[in-house]
Write a protein that binds this ligand. Structure first.
Ligand code: HEM
Length: 144
């Protein structure tokens, strides 16, 4: 249901952008907004909220944001990065991307297990940040 709503919102906003001038595009002309990019933006917001809740020691809110992060990562794993959109589904690059998403999911599961243990959570957050940075260097099309 949420996925469908997201797809609808994405389709509607993509349509709206086509009707307006190219200057309103979020990316350069040879780049584009994608469903995966929308999911990623949501993950960025959820991660921010998770860190905020962590600082406030609000475990219920942390759990809620972590659940969203896990759900979004699982959905992201099913999508094809723009960089590989011309490749067939089982290509080595797409498999590497899916492994990268599995690594992220594994880090989120470890956060889940850490519950409210601050000493365990901090290094995991650093690992998530580093893994995202490395993954973006590897899998994001160089078009922004
Ligand atoms: C918590 C972790 C992560 C966050 C917060 C995050 C955030 C983002 C953001 C904000 C964007 C730009 C979206 C846009 O402007 O359209 C993006 C793009 C992207 N990210 Fe992530 N990311 C994370 C982890 C990862 C991982 C682990 C991978 C790969 C294994 C990945 C692959 C990509 C790709 C391929 C794009 C470009 C979108 C496309 O090709 O359609 N990200 N990400």
């Amino acid at each position: 249901m949420i996925k469908q709503m997201r797809q609808l919102i994405f389709a509607a906003s993509a349509g709206l952008m086509l009707l307006t001038s190219t200057e309103t595009f979020a990316h350069a002309a040879h780049c584009k907004d994608t469903e995966l990019g929308e999911l990623m933006k949501n993950m960025k917001q959820e991660l921010k909220s998770y860190v905020q809740s962590f600082k406030q020691s609000d475990q219920a809110a942390m759990q809620q944001h972590l659940n969203e992060l896990i759900k979004d990562s699982e959905a992201a794993k099913e999508l094809i990065p723009m960089k590989y959109e011309k490749q067939s589904a089982g290509s080595v690059d797409i498999q590497r991307y899916q492994n990268g998403m599995d690594e992220l999911l594994d880090l989120f599961q470890r956060l889940n297990q850490a519950a409210g243990d601050k000493a365990a959570i901090k290094p995991l957050l650093a690992e998530i940040k580093q893994h995202s940075k490395d993954s973006h260097e590897d899998f994001r099309k160089d078009c922004d």
